[in-house]
Design a protein around this ligand. Structure first.
Ligand SMILES: [Zn+2]
Length: 318
């Protein structure tokens, strides 16, 4: 069943809608939420869920799949990176939201109450934003209840992306969960965030990673009898750093995502609008570039790149 959730009008905006699909299997089981488009210019998961909507036969499915096809319609239709064009907020920083808040906060509230609260497991499907070149990876959040942490780890292995960022830094208070996956985790439900695609593209290879990932999760949860096996030896990235620009200007990357860089390696430089170099971005430790901004404009405080390493890698390359 496909339809739309209504986000009611608030002061200064007319509300929005959230397109969703619910697929009930023929026997009971977990309720898996798959959410695309929290960031509206991350197109790969949005296109992947359109394909997956008709991919599963309910007769061979246990439990229920809830798909959110585009969580952030204002950003999708407004073609904005990071922020809503209506309230300039990042939807993935305002969870669990609130009913009387900004449009982003009301979207978050509807997703929390209508999707997260009904689910037993959640996958928040992201990618490089419209300005970011990204090498596929997943986040495994390790703060929280040990049983939930273990369940989230199993989801990450089942999804199958071979780089897994280990993140111990997320809030533990469900009333300020900030991130969608953390909203599920702080409510006792295993969840992961996945990253595939980038630069506003809809490349088939990245879409296939999402299809493979969802099939792996359904198999792992016992919702389908078939599906790819979980990863046995991913690279656990225990150290990561997001480099942010201290100046507004134009950024020119010197490396691309997936490159291994040494500690201190130049990742790119920021110029002013006349072309004078304002600053250089350098790797804080040896590791792999998971994403890097590949379109010029950057605003003070925003990310330029993310570098991550397994403990062994950062020791070897330094
Ligand atoms: Zn995102």
């Amino acid at each position: 069943m496909s339809g739309v959730l209504e986000v009611p009008a608030g002061s200064g905006d007319s509300g929005t809608t959230i397109p969703f699909t619910v697929i009930h299997g023929s026997s009971p089981g977990p309720v898996l939420a798959l959410v695309a488009g929290v960031h509206g210019m991350e197109y790969v998961p949005i296109v992947a869920l359109q394909k997956l909507r008709t991919a599963f036969d309910p007769a061979h499915l246990s439990g229920t799949i809830i798909m959110v096809h585009a969580a952030n319609m204002p950003s999708l239709l407004g073609r904005t990176i990071y922020y809503s064009p209506i309230d300039r907020q990042n939807l993935n920083r305002v969870f669990p939201g609130r009913p009387g808040g900004t449009l982003s906060e009301r979207i978050a509230h509807v997703i929390t109450t209508e999707v997260v609260d009904r689910a037993t497991h959640l996958v928040d499907l992201h990618g490089g934003d419209g300005n970011e070149s990204l090498r596929p990876y997943a986040y495994w959040i390790t703060s929280g209840d040990p049983a939930v942490v273990a369940g989230s780890r199993a989801l990450a292995l089942a999804f199958g992306l071979d780089r897994i960022v280990v993140d111990a830094e997320r809030p533990k208070d469900p009333s300020v969960s900030m991130y969608l996956s953390n909203t599920a985790i702080t409510r006792g439900k295993p969840a992961i965030t996945t990253e595939t695609g980038g630069l506003g593209r809809t490349d088939p290879e990245a879409i296939a990673l999402v299809e493979r990932g969802v099939a792996g999760v359904l198999h792992h949860l016992g919702m389908r009898n078939e599906g790819p096996p979980p990863l046995t030896a991913p690279t656990w990235l225990t150290r990561n750093a997001v480099l942010r620009t201290s100046a507004t200007g134009l950024f020119f990357a010197a490396v691309d995502c997936g490159h291994m860089v040494a500690a201190g390696a130049r990742l790119g430089h920021v110029t002013d609008f006349h072309g004078r170099t304002l600053e250089e971005a350098r790797a804080p430790f040896a590791g792999e570039v998971l994403y890097i901004v590949r379109t010029p404009p950057v605003t003070k405080g925003e990310p330029l790149a993310m570098v991550a390493a397994a403990a062994a890698d950062s020791a070897r390359l330094q």
